[in-house]
Design a protein around this ligand. Structure first.
Ligand code: ZN
Ligand code: ZN
Length: 105
């Protein structure tokens, strides 16, 4: 069982430790996905459960799909990349600069 899984299943225990303030490493966080308060000893945890973590990940993927709807092929390295700009030609600033230098020569 992973630490995260253990925490999900022992919220009552963690809350008790948090409330009696003897176990200082327990923190109260608010889940970024469902807004529920939960207790954790992991400073960088963002979600109350694996389900919320998965849901947030799914939303991020959706948003990315919506935001970057157009796919382009980089003129310099040939990599497929997505950009909000419909006239994007380079996958990165590095490639843009390379192309700029090549043109100058
Ligand atoms: Zn949650
Ligand atoms: Zn490129």
């Amino acid at each position: 069982m992973s630490n995260a899984q253990w925490e999900y299943e022992n919220q009552d225990f963690l809350r008790a430790r948090y409330e009696d303030k003897k176990w200082y490493t327990v923190r109260k966080h608010v889940c970024l996905e469902c807004g529920k308060e939960y207790y954790t000893i992991c400073n960088f945890r963002k979600y109350c459960s694996d389900a919320c973590c998965a849901e947030a990940e799914r939303k991020r993927t959706e948003e990315r799909k919506l935001a970057h709807h157009s796919e382009h092929i980089c003129k310099v390295c040939g990599k497929i990349f997505s950009s909000k700009r419909t006239d994007a030609q380079y996958c990165s600033n590095g490639c843009r600069q390379k192309s700029y230098r090549a043109e100058k020569r």
